[in-house]
Design a protein around this ligand. Structure first.
Ligand code: UT7
Length: 334
């Protein structure tokens, strides 16, 4: 019989220590988009809740925006970057097959002792990464984990596609997680329905494009109504399960920070969950658009900066999107 392998000592829990975010400076209003897709400011506001979104410049990348957001989160946590043991970047718009954006980000923030990897779960990516980070910390594998959601969707949207061109924006949000004597990150409720991979997907694969180059390189396509209906019927169940798994009720929540997909989806989730009046609802989509994996940390940071939520309250997070992947958990606001 082989000798027993020494296990790593686990920890009781993890917590989010800090948040940071970054938005590119260029504001793109609805009129600019409408001119490209035969739409209008009124239609876009009414159907999605979006007034404007940000667009990264040519020299801004997923890694550079992630670095900006992460640098703020690290400074706010007061942790030396050399103490970070893992950097996870949730993204689907890093334009290199390899290496991972996280390796560049770890280097740029000075996380010289960190493992680094990207996580691809589209708009559920940030909550997936929080679930992984919490598990790493509780298992004793990592002490401090930097989780970043960063997207440059402007590189992967067709500006003539009426179903997507007005929705997506660029940006990044980051959190630093560390150990806690009492769990401050609730159990993650997550999953994916690969039977619906066609509902949000790329127009073609890179290899198909290589063999039959079209007018436009691979870009995002979405059956909006199908996703909308799925989000309203299924995501509310996922959020309720996350509340139950955390051992709380919705009355204990201070904030609801869903993925910023569409204001009408947020409104429907709030109604279905029957959230009490005092729960602050993140409505960052109005000015940031849908930034996929970045939308939840961006919205949380903006709520903190505006003083709409305070440290110590509980926030319900839920991400959902291509895959169709979803993940939700309750966390304590840092
Ligand atoms: O982040 C990942 C997850 N993504 C989501 O959760 C997105 C979910 N889906 C949505 O947010 C919505 O489906 C959209 C905002 C994408 C679209 O809104 P909708 O209310 O579902 O619009 P629709 O596709 O049902 O189209 C309604 C009408 C149609 O006209 P008719 O047939 O009623 O005359 C469309 O042709 O609006 C028309 N339309 C537009 N009109 C102006 C569709 N796109 C546009 C447009 N501008 N961009």
């Amino acid at each position: 019989m082989s000798p027993a392998i020494t296990p790593v000592a686990g920890r009781p829990g993890s917590r989010i220590l800090s948040v940071g975010s970054y938005l590119p400076s260029r504001v793109v209003g609805n009129d600019e988009i409408s001119a490209l897709i035969d739409s209008s400011d009124q239609w876009i506001r009414e159907r999605s809740g979006i007034s404007e979104r940000r667009r990264a410049s040519a020299d801004e990348t997923v890694a550079s925006m992630a670095t900006e957001a992460a640098t703020k989160a690290i400074a706010r946590a007061g942790i030396d970057p050399s103490e970070i043991s893992m950097v996870l970047v949730a993204t689907v718009t890093h334009p290199f097959q390899t290496p991972a954006a996280a390796t560049e980000v770890a280097f740029r923030v000075g996380a010289v002792n960190a493992a680094a990897s990207d996580l691809g779960a589209a708009c559920a990516g940030f909550c997936y990464a929080i679930g992984v980070a919490d598990s790493l910390i509780r298992a004793g594998t990592s002490k401090y984990v930097l989780v970043i959601g960063a997207e440059k969707f402007s590189d992967f949207v067709s500006w003539s596609d009426r179903g997507t061109a007005f929705i997506f924006g660029d940006g990044a949000g980051a959190v630093l997680l560390g150990p806690s004597d009492i769990p401050r990150v609730g159990p993650v409720i997550w999953g994916a329905d690969g039977g619906q991979i066609d509902v949000i997907t790329m127009s073609q694969s890179w290899t198909d494009y290589r063999d039959n180059p079209g007018e436009h390189y691979p870009h995002l396509t979405m059956q909006g109504q199908t996703v909308f209906r799925w989000a309203i019927s299924e995501v509310s169940k996922v959020t309720q399960r996350a509340i139950d798994a955390a051992g709380i009720t919705s009355a204990d929540l201070a904030a609801f920070v869903p993925h910023q997909a569409n204001m009408r989806i947020t409104d429907a989730l709030v109604r279905t969950l029957k959230l009490p009046e005092h729960v602050v609802i993140a409505r960052d989509i109005k000015t940031s658009g849908n930034t996929s994996a970045a939308s939840i940390p961006l919205a949380l940071d903006h709520l903190l900066e505006a003083g709409e939520v305070t440290s110590g309250g509980l926030a319900l997070l839920v991400g959902f999107g291509a895959g169709l992947a979803f993940a939700a958990q309750v966390v304590e606001i840092p």
